[in-house]
Design a protein around this ligand. Structure first.
Ligand code: SF4
Length: 410
């Protein structure tokens, strides 16, 4: 393990990992990728303890269904890596870790086709050395087609259960293009074929960047492996509260404190859960014993500051950490986002809001109804666009209420 450990804290722009952390304003960020999308409750407690003891206690849930420990000093990194290695959460090398980007439907059962395929795909990524050439943002989603479906989330390769088979979708500039279906036992061959065909093309960062001959080449490689696709609807998405034998619980802006994660694991155990399952909505799911146990879990989660209702106004707001966690920011994006949530509720503003510490827009790449972008201690106000949209005006951080003036909202 020690020989394989590589600290790249000097490099910005990487997706951080355990073996390749990223420097941020509050220290090193270490991203821990759960295996097949789940942490056991013991793993969750251990992660909380490590975040408290070696980091600054802040834990982020990411939009790619991973968990980040923040605020590490360089001197604490080796110990963290060793502890995570003992938990089996470290890959053999940084390159293998970087390509293990597999999102799994959070309520897919243990032993289900979805979980079996996820295990096999992770083994494929660890065993096929050519796949280490995949771009680090190249990712896969495996969905069960249930009420908490992740099939609507963008991934380079999407597998989605349809009856006894899996629909196969590839990302394009226009969104997922569903090409056909395959049996569960053929899914890994399909995934491998797409990945190799992508690598045979000129280098690109994502599958959706391919066009023309390259795009046709990838589709031609995989199409012979696929059968006709029955019609299906891509529904689902984030659901909080009780849902199909489970409970969905969100963290405000995806931020958990170590003590919250520890207590959530204890509450989940009492409710009969064995795992915390991560999702791309920065929401955790737990399979519970029954509805009564689920309700008790939700009540407990609410008392420790987590979100258990779909109508919570915080959910309409995306916000990156901002200052002081991120050195690119001059504003306290999350603190101001909380104020924006209260103001939006009070003013009856029901649109989506994105508060970003800078124009990079880490928290959300899609447009929002109202966007605030930190700039030299103030906010640029943008509407119906991304952080790169046209700026309507500048407001001071202590004058956010003026954004909801009648003239502006109209
Ligand atoms: S959007 Fe800017 S300020 Fe926010 S986390 Fe990303 S780089 Fe940092």
């Amino acid at each position: 393990m020690a020989a394989a450990i590589e600290a790249r804290s000097d490099v910005k722009g990487w997706c951080p990992g355990v073996l390749r952390p990223m420097q941020s304003g509050d220290g090193l960020i270490v991203r821990v990728r759960p295996r097949t999308g789940v942490f056991s409750l013991d793993e969750a407690r251990a992660l909380a303890d490590l975040a408290e003891r070696l980091g600054n206690g802040h834990i982020d849930l990411t939009r790619r269904a991973n968990l980040q420990i923040r605020g590490l000093e360089e001197e604490a990194l080796a110990e963290l890596q060793a502890e995570l290695g003992r938990l089996g959460l470290v890959d053999s090398d940084a390159e293998t870790e970087a390509v293990r980007n597999v999102m799994v439907a959070p309520l897919a059962g243990v032993g289900s086709d979805v979980r079996r395929i996820a295990i096999a795909v992770e083994a494929l990524l660890a065993g096929d050395r050519r796949l280490l050439d995949l771009p680090t943002k190249f990712g896969l989603s495996i969905d069960d087609g249930g009420p908490v479906s992740i099939a609507g989330e963008r991934a380079d390769i999407c597998l989605r259960a349809v009856g006894k088979n899996f629909a196969v979708g590839l990302d394009t500039r226009e969104g997922t293009r569903w090409l056909g279906a395959c049996a569960p036992d053929a899914a890994v061959t399909v995934v491998s074929t797409v990945m190799h065909a992508f690598l045979d093309c000129a280098p690109h960062r994502r599958l959706r960047d391919l066009a023309g001959v390259d795009q046709a080449r990838v589709q031609a490689a995989v199409s012979p492996l696929l059968s006709k696709l029955p019609s299906f609807e891509t529904t689902g998405g984030r659901v909080l509260g009780l849902v199909q034998g489970g409970a969905g619980i969100a963290a405000p802006f995806g931020r958990l404190e170590a003590i919250q994660l520890h207590r959530l694991a204890d509450l989940a155990a009492t409710a009969g859960a064995r795992e915390l399952r991560l999702s791309p909505w920065r929401t955790l799911y737990m399979a519970v014993r029954d509805d009564a146990a689920g309700r008790a879990l939700l009540d407990g989660a609410e008392t420790i500051g987590l979100i258990v209702r779909d109508d919570d106004p915080i959910l309409r707001i995306e916000a990156c950490p901002g200052a002081p966690d991120c050195t690119s920011s001059s504003v306290d994006a999350r603190g101001d986002a909380r104020r924006m949530a209260r103001l939006a509720s009070a003013k009856g503003f029901t649109g989506s809001i994105h508060v970003s510490g800078c124009a990079k827009g880490c928290a959300r790449s899609a447009p929002s109804d109202l966007v605030l972008v930190g700039n030299a201690g103030r906010y640029q106000v943008i509407r119906h666009a991304t952080t790169r949209g046209p700026v309507e005006r500048l407001v001071d951080a202590d004058d956010l209420e003026s954004i909801f003036s009648e003239a502006f909202c109209g």
